[in-house]
Design a protein around this ligand. Structure first.
Ligand code: SAH
Length: 345
């Protein structure tokens, strides 16, 4: 099997170059090419022809390919379907904000967390993405749109902390000053609440933003819609969140998908105030995106705005997430499940 150079750090590429009889600094040159999005060795004109030939025999640069797109022309949001080398597919969403472009990317094909309202988990986990496959969602999206991506959020398909090693390698590669050089502050990772990984993450990546999907604030209610709560119940999760903010000094984002009649009543709002009051946090209220696989419905925007106001008044910072890509099945997992309908020419 050929070595996939997209997965390798500068140091690993230096060793690789040396093993091929080249000076180690050639490894750094290779890294620069690869992380500027070049996949064909022939373009790497500062490497000798002989080395380039050897590279094409022994190595490859393989990630993802964009094979489908949905576009919301009203706000510039674009949703991509990426094909992996083995034919599996994942999704990502490119969003335009005042302060730059953001890509929401996937960390797994499918997911085994089983959240009942989520389309990505319907068929369980198929496989983890490699670091290269996560990275290449960024690079291919930049090439495809012709625009720079300034911020990434790991909030697409999958549970990133269920694929920790590859996630960590991906974040480090994206941060590397010889590569894309993206600041850790411009990266956000979202978890459904895998407590032990949260502690590890706060030590490994104190500057990367952490988002935690809460959605309900009683154990009984949360376990009903998020099975992970049975392994890591609320008190343990909220304790880990408090430790996170204390250890890192960083604000934590709580995601709260508003589901009509499930978690948007007066008592639910009281629980949010009670449990999150005083924490260094921000609550992101997201009216649930309708998915075909279940009967859950999102809360109306008026009620959502009202909940945000109530929380703000009691000192819990909260906003209703701007509705981006509403016309294009904003919720992750949906494009993939309909992929036969949306293959680009
Ligand atoms: N597994 C991670 C990251 C991927 S999901 C996590 O759970 O945080 C990203 C966010 O989208 C999570 O908050 C998830 O609960 C939410 N989500 C899933 N399905 C949704 C839907 N149909 N509408 C709105 N948000 C949804």
């Amino acid at each position: 099997m050929k070595n996939n150079l997209l997965e390798m750090t500068v140091e690993e590429l230096k060793l690789f170059a040396a093993e091929m009889g080249e000076k180690p600094f050639r490894g750094k040159q290779l890294f620069k090419w690869i992380h500027s999005g070049v996949k064909d060795f022939d373009y790497m004109t500062n490497l000798s022809e002989a080395f380039r030939r050897k590279l094409s025999e022994k190595a490859e640069i393989t990630g993802v390919e964009i094979i489908g797109e949905q576009r919301d022309r009203s706000d510039g949001t674009r949703k991509f379907l990426y094909r992996l080398a083995d034919g599996e597919t994942v999704e990502g969403v490119f969003m335009k904000y005042k302060y730059g472009n953001s890509l929401c990317l996937s960390s797994q094909v499918g997911c085994r967390m089983g959240c009942r309202f989520c389309a990505s988990t319907a068929d369980g986990l198929i496989r983890n993405l490699t670091a290269g496959e996560m990275l290449d969602q960024v690079y291919e999206s930049e090439k495809y749109t012709g625009e720079k991506i300034n911020h990434i959020v790991v909030m697409g398909m999958g549970e990133p902390f269920d694929n920790y090693e590859n996630l960590a390698r991906f974040l480090r590669l994206l941060h590397d000053p010889e590569g894309k050089n993206l600041s850790y502050r411009n990266m956000t990772v979202s978890t459904c609440g895998i407590v032990p990984a949260m502690k590890r993450f706060s030590e490994d990546f104190a500057s990367v933003n952490l988002a935690v999907s809460l959605h309900r604030l009683t154990d009984k209610g949360r376990s009903e819609i998020m099975p992970v709560n049975k392994s890591y119940p609320l008190e343990k999760l909220l304790k880990a969140c408090r430790e996170y903010t204390e250890n890192t000094g960083r604000r934590i984002t709580f995601e709260y998908a508003l589901i009509n009649g499930v978690n948007d009543g007066a008592r639910d709002v009281e629980l949010i105030k009670e449990k999150l009051g005083g924490m260094l946090c921000h609550v992101n209220l997201i009216p649930l995106n309708k998915v075909e696989e279940n009967n859950f419905r999102g809360t109306g925007r008026k009620r959502a705005a009202d909940i945000a106001l109530q929380l703000e008044k009691s000192g819990v910072p909260a906003t209703v997430r701007r509705e981006l890509g509403a016309e294009i099945d904003g919720a992750c997992g949906q494009l993939r499940r309909k992929s036969d309908l949306h293959i680009a020419p």
